[in-house]
Design a protein around this ligand. Structure first.
Ligand SMILES: Cc1cc2nc3c(=O)[nH]c(=O)nc-3n(C[C@H](O)[C@H](O)[C@H](O)COP(=O)(O)OP(=O)(O)OC[C@H]3O[C@@H](n4cnc5c(N)ncnc54)[C@H](O)[C@@H]3O)c2cc1C
Length: 328
């Protein structure tokens, strides 16, 4: 009788969901996508814990311990995690999984999450579910496929669900109202000889972050040179906007590749997206078509960008953009 009860209790416990969110941060502060991933995790139901791994990540974990709706903040500090390489973080996440038996592991669908989660899924022998845009239930997810051209709803049958979630589809969780306890996680086995982090160069900008800006002004090959992007920077200054670019503009060397929007760049969904001298190839649309209002400036009335634009201006950008900036 007693053992029947405890078996029943154990099976009930098993049904409870518990999710681990892998925080993306720079030791000092969280990157906004972590807040979106937390919101997605909360939609799964059950406990939500967050893992913060870094070198001196006290400030980032402090912010999380105040974030509402979290039950625990797991912290791992070591020089091993310099550069946040997937090779060093995978064994750490596996340590956490072994100890706490999560039903879900979630990260943002950023370069960080895309490098880390497939590796974790492989080690756990489950299929990762990438680019989740909505959560229907703890095992049924909506995700984009074919570069955002089709939407798939799937039920994952694996015992542990490993998900990357699109930041633009989940509201950022408020970083207040919580008092989660902090726990140190063992870094045993995290040292690896697969990769050595040497250095990184981060571009500094006073402009809003491209993925979280409310307004984005993007330029394409139509700009014709890097110098001409000044036209877009002037317009962006008036609108407090971030500047983005098409891959053609990046490949031509007009702007650095962290500005690239699209299938192989960043996914953005601002309130206002202004595409200047961009044709609107599907790979570009994959990164911006969820923007609330799309404005296109292009001299070719047949350019495909006009099919997704709410407002289109058929004009020479070298005339139209300075005029617009001046009027603003
Ligand atoms: C696997 C793969 C992944 C890719 N990933 C991405 C991605 O992430 N992001 C991305 O953007 N692309 C991506 N691409 C590339 C994509 O297919 C297109 O080649 C690219 O988006 C084109 O960039 P563009 O619109 O700037 O250039 P173009 O297609 O050359 O268009 C330039 C536009 O500027 C207009 N124009 C020219 N002069 C003026 C003027 N004076 N005034 C106004 N308009 C003017 C033209 O009418 C034209 O429409 C990818 C491609 C592949 C195969």
């Amino acid at each position: 009788m007693f053992s029947n009860c405890s078996r029943q209790f154990a099976s009930q416990l098993k049904r409870f969901n518990s999710t681990l969110v892998i925080a993306e941060h720079n030791n000092e502060s969280l990157l906004p996508i972590t807040q979106n991933a937390i919101t997605a995790a909360k939609k799964l139901g059950g406990d939500v814990s967050v893992l913060v791994a870094g070198t001196k990540c006290g400030p980032a974990s402090e912010v999380l311990s105040k974030t509402g709706g979290l039950s625990k903040v797991l912290v791992a500090e070591s020089e091993i995690f310099k550069g946040f390489t997937a090779e060093s973080l995978t064994p750490l996440v596996l340590n956490a999984q072994k100890q706490f038996n999560y039903t879900h592991i979630v990260a943002g669908a950023s370069a960080f999450g895309k490098a880390l989660l497939p590796r974790i899924a492989a080690k756990l022998d489950v299929s990762p579910v990438s680019d989740v845009i909505a959560i229907k239930s703890p095992d049924t997810f909506v995700r984009t496929i074919y570069a955002g051209n089709a939407i798939q709803t799937l039920t994952a049958k694996d015992p542990i669900k490993v998900l990357t979630v699109r930041g633009t589809n989940f509201e950022p969780a408020a970083l207040e109202g919580g008092s989660a306890g902090t726990e140190t996680l063992s870094t045993e086995g995290c040292q690896n000889d697969l990769t050595v982090f040497i250095s990184q160069e981060l571009s500094k900008s006073d402009r809003p972050d491209l993925t979280s800006a409310k307004v984005v002004v993007s330029g394409g090959r139509g700009l014709k040179s890097g110098e001409n992007f000044k036209l877009l920077y002037d317009l962006a200054d008036k609108l407090n906007a971030a500047v983005g670019a098409s891959r053609a503009a990046v490949d031509a060397g007009y702007v650095p590749n962290d500005l690239q929007v699209g299938q192989t760049g960043k996914i953005v969904a601002p309130d206002l997206y202004i595409a200047v001298g961009i044709s609107g190839a599907i790979q570009h649309l994959a990164g911006m078509k969820d923007s609330k209002t799309i404005v296109a400036i292009n001299k070719d009335p047949e350019a495909p960008i006009f099919q997704v634009a709410d407002y289109g201006l058929v004009a020479d950008l070298f005339k139209a953009v300075p005029e617009l900036t001046q009027k603003l």
